[in-house]
Design a binder for this molecule. Structure first.
Ligand code: FE2
Length: 203
């Protein structure tokens, strides 16, 4: 169950429309390393994660990624408000506009629609956490690629915040992997069964 707060996790106040930038930032809405894929990946992986604190971590980060999805959506919306015909034609936005107008649609910058093929849920704690570590680095890289192409301080400020959160998530997943590895010698966690009370003080 989720409780919605009608407030962005980080404020988005972009004064100047920029359809070109919107057509790039949309990748962090619906692209392979974007916030939608990240939130669904973590919120799905948590069910089979064996330790309570790691289930909680995946729930926390997955929920925060939903908040980031909202931030990125707000950025795309503000960058494409009140566009003139000429701005649509000049800004490299016309292909996106053809299919989605000024709506916020989950796709990659290259136009590939979001798909659950972007998710990875293997049901193995080590495999899933390695996936998550890589996902956070890929998201960080994408934000850095966007920062290289941004020139509006209103946009740069939010992108920097989002990049910073990916670094924090990476660190938290690294700690989580350490917890799993610390418990490797307890019993075979692949066969985890809560009724056997096998592993770890963490359960
Ligand atoms: Fe993240």
């Amino acid at each position: 169950m989720f409780v919605y707060e009608k407030e962005l996790q980080y404020p988005v106040k972009i004064a100047t429309p920029d359809p070109r930038m919107a057509s790039l930032i949309i990748s962090q809405y619906g692209g392979p390393d974007g916030e939608l894929s990240a939130s669904l990946r973590y919120l799905s992986q948590r069910f089979s994660m064996p330790y309570k604190e790691l289930k909680g971590l995946l729930t926390d980060i997955g929920t925060e990624e939903l908040g980031h999805l909202e931030i990125v959506g707000a950025m795309v919306h503000q960058l494409t408000r009140s566009l003139t015909h000429q701005e649509i034609m000049d800004g490299g936005f016309a292909p996106y506009f053809t299919d989605h107008g000024a709506g916020v649609y989950p796709q990659a910058a290259a136009g590939v629609p979001n798909t659950t093929a972007f998710l990875a849920v293997k049901g193995d704690p080590i495999t899933d956490l390695h996936e998550d570590l890589a996902a956070e680095q890929k998201a960080r890289t994408t934000y850095e690629n966007l920062l290289h192409q941004a020139d509006d301080p209103d946009v740069i400020d939010v992108l920097r915040y989002l990049r910073e959160r990916e670094i924090v998530h990476y660190q938290r997943f690294a700690e989580a992997l350490g917890i799993v590895q610390d418990n490797l010698n307890c019993k075979n966690f692949y066969a985890y069964n809560p009724s056997l009370n096998l592993c770890c003080p963490n359960q």
